[in-house]
Design a protein around this ligand. Structure first.
Ligand code: OGA
Ligand code: MN
Length: 222
């Protein structure tokens, strides 16, 4: 007789930390299309990202645009964060890309998502900055399939705002941008927004993409 299909392997407790985390993310995605995991970022990765952020000059961040138009006047009413794409030039950025690649492999194996590439950026929201309700991909138009957000703010207090609000079928899900919290969700399915915060707010936002290249159109790496 076949064993019943379990969302998390029965021996999950014995798996290494990373394996358990990847299993939890896969389980959330499979069941609800999203998952929120506090204290999820591996310690060494988290520390190196924090150290890297601390010594990054402001000049490396630029105002974020929206869509492919990069219309910054319009963008200013929609989002106010400043971003820096992660390309693997720094050891911390490379460690993040390696970790994301491991997650991609695992999710492809468990959920057959066909994730093909990954793009991500650091984001800095100054006090009062926001990102209005939006979706990361429009069905049939874009190849962003899965969104991943990681938070890098030590000692975030409940009164400081800056929550990510995810609009789900079960209602609003509010996530504080606390250090180490990870969020994944299907890019086309969940409108979400970033509420203004009382202090500087740092995150990494990333997107796993599927390959939609055709003879007419070759997907750029980004
Ligand atoms: C985004 C985004 C959420 C966050 O960059 O598209 O929704 O909490 N970011 O930083
Ligand atoms: Mn988004």
């Amino acid at each position: 007789m076949n064993a019943p299909l379990a969302a998390v392997p029965a021996d999950a407790g014995a798996l290494p930390v990373e394996d358990r985390l990847f299993a939890a993310l896969a389980e959330g995605l499979r069941g609800r299309g999203h998952a929120v995991c506090p204290d999820a970022l591996p310690d060494t990765l988290q520390e190196s990202l924090l150290t890297h952020l601390r010594q990054m000059p402001d000049s490396q961040f630029h105002r974020a645009g929206i869509g492919r138009q990069q219309d910054f006047t319009l963008a200013g009413s929609v989002r106010r964060d400043a971003i820096c794409w992660i390309n693997g030039e720094s050891p911390a950025g490379q460690a993040w890309l390696n970790w994301s690649a491991a997650l991609q492999t695992r999710l492809n194996r468990e959920l057959l998502l066909g994730l093909f590439s990954f793009e991500s950026h650091f984001a800095h929201y100054g006090p009062g900055d926001f990102y209005r309700r939006h979706v990361d991909a429009f069905a049939g138009e874009a190849n962003r399939r899965l969104s991943l957000v990681a938070y890098l703010n030590r000692d975030w207090q409940p009164g400081e705002g800056g929550e990510l609000v995810l609009y789900t079928a079960e209602g609003e899900l509010r996530v504080s941008p606390r250090l180490g919290t990870l969020v994944v969700f299907l890019s086309e399915e969940f409108p979400h927004e970033v509420l203004p915060a009382a202090r500087d707010r740092y995150s990494i936002a990333g997107w796993f993409r599927v390959n939609t290249s055709s003879a007419q159109r070759i997907d750029p790496p980004r």
